[in-house]
Write a protein that binds this ligand. Structure first.
Ligand SMILES: N[C@@H](CCC(=O)N[C@@H](CS)C(=O)NCC(=O)O)C(=O)O
Length: 228
């Protein structure tokens, strides 16, 4: 199903509402979205999932590494991803994704659900930022990655598994961006340690459920193939 504004099915939005420009039966005119990042899944992939699931059109702008030194000074705060919304630049990957989750009805159904979804995302992110992603020395990098995957990951996985329990999704009765973030991040972690989550079949099954959502399955099939 293609969702329009705030996750409402587009056919439910009628032609006219005071003060808002509508396309007949298509909801409000969507802003112009441009997501800029490198040609990686990395910190932009959660937003690409949200765009894919909601069916909201956007430009998936992928920078060449060689062009980055020239582009960096032109970007507020000098980091990517950024999302341009009708020319307004939003930085920080999770601020971008949280905005898109709210726009597409995937942030959680109540304020408490939204806080819980945020908390799961932040918990996973706290773990992801332990890795020295920019380390150039291969030995140092490999040692640090192995240490984190072997010694620190089990605690995170145990806690995520306990939080999920036998529920279908991390929060509430429907999929949220927290489930997407788990899938996106664990996909990267599993490239470094394939058996990482073998002791947690419920967390692996959650990955399968996310990846089986038709719009996500289609995106995974079509996205550029990159290592991370
Ligand atoms: N907390 C920020 C981190 C942004 C960040 O460090 N981006 C990296 C790529 S993953 C970057 O722009 N690196 C290039 C640089 O710092 O020059 C976010 O989540 O967006």
């Amino acid at each position: 199903m293609s969702l329009s504004h705030k996750g409402q099915p587009s056919e439910q939005l009628l032609c006219a509402e005071e003060g808002t420009t509508y396309h007949c039966n298509q909801g409000p005119i969507m802003p112009n979205y441009k997501l800029t990042y490198f040609n990686l899944r990395g910190r932009a992939e959660i937003s690409r999932y949200l765009f894919a699931y909601s069916g909201i059109k956007y430009e998936d702008h992928r920078l060449e590494g060689a062009d980055w030194p020239k582009i960096k000074p032109t970007i507020p705060f000098g980091k990517v991803p950024i999302l341009e919304v009708d020319g307004v630049i939003i930085h920080q990957s999770l601020a971008i994704a949280r905005y898109l989750a709210r726009e597409s009805g995937l942030a959680g159904q109540t304020p408490v659900e939204q806080a819980l979804a945020d908390a799961i995302v932040d918990t996973i992110d706290d773990f992801m930022i332990l890795f020295p992603w920019a380390e150039k020395n291969q030995d140092v990098r490999e040692k640090a990655f192995n240490d984190i995957l072997t010694n620190k990951a089990p605690e995170l996985l145990k806690d995520l598994d306990a939080f999920l329990g036998d529920n279908k999704w991390f929060v509430g009765k429907s999929v949220t961006w927290a489930d997407f973030y788990w899938d996106v991040c664990s996909t990267t972690l599993l490239t470094y340690k394939a058996d990482l989550a073998d002791k947690y079949p419920r967390l692996l099954a959650l990955r399968d459920r996310v990846q089986a959502l038709p719009a996500i399955a289609a995106w995974i099939q079509k996205r550029p193939k990159t290592t991370i």
